[in-house]
Design a protein around this ligand. Sequence first.
Ligand code: UN1
Length: 498
Amino acid sequence: MNTDTLLARLGVDLTRFSGSDPVRSPCDGGVLAAIDRAGAADADRAVERAHSAFRQWRTVPAPRRGELVRLLGGELRAAKEDLARLVTLESGKILAEARGEVQEMIDVCDFAVGLSRQLYGLTIASERPRHRMMETWHPLGVVGVVTAFNFPVAVWAWNAALALVCGDAVVWKPSEKTPLSALAVESLLGRAAARFGGIPEGLAAVVAGGRDCALALAENPLVPLLSATGSTAMGKALAPRVAARLGRSLLELGGNNAAIVAPSADLDLAVRAIVFAAVGTAGQRCTSLRRLIVQRRIKAQVLDRLRAAYASLRVGDPLEPATLVGPLVDEAAARRMADALARAEAEGAIRFGGERIAVGNWADAIYVRPALVDMPGQTAIVGEETFAPILYVLAYDDIDEAIALNNGVPQGLASSIFTTDLREAELFLAAEGSDCGIANVNIGPSGAEIGGAFGGEKESGGGREAGSDVWKTYMRRVTNTINRGNDLPLAQNIVFIT
Ligand code: UN1
């Protein structure tokens, strides 16, 4: 199926593709379509329209808003295979993972539908006679959503499914590398909206532009919440602009995720988990495993097993069912990977893999063998996130040292420990254990379910998306005090007689 047919099946208006800016597929380096890029003024217009839409949407009862999201989930189920294929073509992730990404959208829609009947507030005991206090949650406004190429659709869904149920409008700036997947999602939402009986115009918009659009969303006072996923550098550029107008940011930034392998670990299980977490999505997840912290006595054994597993990894066309590792997203990613490996070698690394390989006749596509890098310690390069399949392997002697290494980087997204020792596992999860937003036992750091709150600490940005009580970020909390009496008792026993 060619791309035009795929886009047409997804309901994308092909007349939008008469633009001058080519969208390339990392799979073969070919041009998928050429679009016109939106600019800052388009972003501001979309925000204005979204704000008007919000003013209507906030008055629709939440369970009814949930119905829209239920219908969106239905459209996603029906289009799962087509959308996954488009995600693979545009992002380069293997089809199995692209299907997983669409499933993640469906899952969060289901979650949000349930939530639409559970936006609970509290009743609070008042200190004053014949008074009652309560907490009410109201819609917040326009939510700006900035997403990255590696999860071109799921991250929007984590935000939008919740935001729509919470009564908000959404303006989405997708990655410049993956606008087509975003336009396809916009079209599927359009189908859901038609079944719903129509939604306010501009309630969920896509602004397919670049950095200037993201900056416009950050600076626009009609955007009370900016949810941005991407590099730490991007977060550092956007967050001060949102803060300058005292807006709210939800940041999901870089990770430098570690796994500790303790002597008691089930190594068959650990090796499988490590390989998935380190090479899945070609090392281009924010949750990708980048540092392996192995007890010194078993390090040689673990490295041997990993080398064997890495040697048998099939790197190639992500549309082929047998492929486990697809391409890197672009030339710049390949350059950053080569630079990181060169720096690691200068810092004492012994490297296995990491070289570029040819796939098909695709001279403009970038495929690499994942790299396993034996390091003498946690050197400077190990503290950096390189968005590529590089796994640094470090040794530790005792568990406190392992936890200190886990925590000894600027990022704090995801972490894990492989152990069958209960005390060690519990220590890792305790206050003095991992300092990350995600801490796992006997599974890798990536591949989170949507039911939990997703996000990390330190330079990973501090935001939380998806499940648990994250919906509260998308609403404004109002504290109400109601007096049913004829007196006016003041709080804190203040006497003020007029
Ligand atoms: C990301 O890479 O931005 O936990 C998100 C995971 C996925 C989401 C990753 N569910 O790996």
